[in-house]
Ligand binder design. Structure first.
Ligand code: OGA
Ligand code: NI
Length: 342
């Protein structure tokens, strides 16, 4: 097993983590003056009418311009979020022996630990370890989650429930923003939940390697917590990359391929990547809300008319996942495969 987190520190970047120059962070450098919109969810009580129209407007505007935004005052307690980040950091700190039994690349497992990525065929390894967790329905998976560190299962279940609440509120607001039934995304379009906990150890030379190469998330919507230890996540904006700057207790929200397709391209699934840093380890928790495997996905009929013909094919979600993997998660190739006349 080759987990980065098994070694206390690195003095140099081993060759197998060194990317060819065109894939390094220096390309299309970031515009430092542009920040993602920050949307105040007013305590998460968005079922009341107060301020709802304004929040919907902000989400639609941010969604169309950036495909990414941050939410604050979302109703999840700081303790719930901090406990989650802490227990995940503690997991990666466990001795190699303890972590070894979770190491796998079997996608059918409800929990596994791995390093680098499974989606890129190239030889270079990513500077990250990660755990991938099937989360929902919790009862179906919890027995397969690790029992250590202490409280791991309890903290993860609480976090899953709370994050699903936020996602569900956001999806209702988005549906409303499009004039769809408020519950449009409830049920089989959003029943599934997977989590990826990424751990990026300090890197002796961040200019040579990457934590994650550019990709779009393949699900419906992503709710990401990134702590405040370091900057690392970058979102595509115009021809460059912008930093998604850590804000205490905020969540980063972005749309997956499924939301782009269902909204017939109005809400974009935007590419993002993770760079490393030399100062501190960075842990991020990405929760992906996703359709059931057998769900039928197509542009919503309400989003399509004579002036706006459907841009994407219809498919069953599990077939999308297969093709996404076959195409190594590359946005242009994935979207091309599902475009009409593409
Ligand atoms: C992901 C992802 C970004 C990050 O896991 O899909 O984009 O900041 N993570 O770790
Ligand atoms: Ni991602």
């Amino acid at each position: 097993m080759e987990l980065l987190s098994n070694q206390p520190r690195y003095d140099t970047v081993p060759d197998k983590y060194i990317f060819p120059p065109e894939k390094r962070p220096v390309n299309n450098v970031v515009n430092p003056s542009i920040n993602l919109p920050v949307i105040d969810l007013r305590g998460g009580c968005i079922d009341s009418d107060i301020g709802r129209d304004e929040i919907i407007r902000d989400i639609m505007k941010a969604g169309k311009e950036f495909g990414f935004f941050q939410v604050i005052n979302h109703g999840i307690q700081a303790k719930t979020l901090n406990d989650m980040l802490q227990v995940c950091e503690n997991f990666f700190k466990m001795p190699a022996e303890e972590k070894k039994r979770y190491y796998s690349d079997d996608m059918s497992r409800a929990f596994f630990l791995n390093s680098s990525t499974q989606y890129d065929q190239s030889e270079t390894r990513y500077w990250r370890d990660y755990m991938r967790i099937s989360c929902y329905p919790i009862e179906e998976f919890i027995d397969q989650w690790p029992e250590n560190p202490e409280n791991f299962r309890a903290v993860l279940s609480e976090y899953t429930v709370r994050v699903r609440e936020i996602a569900s509120k956001l999806l209702k607001l988005i549906a409303e923003g499009f004039g769809l039934d408020r519950d449009y995304f409830c049920g089989d379009l959003s029943n599934g939940t997977k989590m990826k906990v990424n751990y990026y150890p300090p890197c002796p030379d961040p200019s040579l390697t990457m934590g994650l190469l550019p990709h779009c998330d393949r699900q419906l919507i992503t709710v990401l917590a990134q702590g405040t230890a370091a900057c690392g996540l970058q979102a595509k904006y115009k021809e460059g990359w912008i930093d998604v700057k850590p804000i205490p207790n905020a969540f980063v929200i972005n749309f997956g391929h499924q939301l782009e397709i269902i909204t017939n391209g109005v809400l974009k699934s935007v590419e993002h990547r993770a760079i490393t840093n030399s100062g501190a380890a960075r842990t991020s928790v990405a929760v992906f809300i996703m359709p059931d495997m057998e769900s039928f996905i197509s542009p919503a009929k309400e989003m399509v008319n004579e002036e706006n013909p459907p841009l994407y094919k219809s498919f069953v979600f599990k077939d999308f996942l297969r093709i996404y993997t076959d195409l190594s998660a590359k946005r242009v190739d994935v979207m091309e495969a599902f475009k009409i006349n593409g």
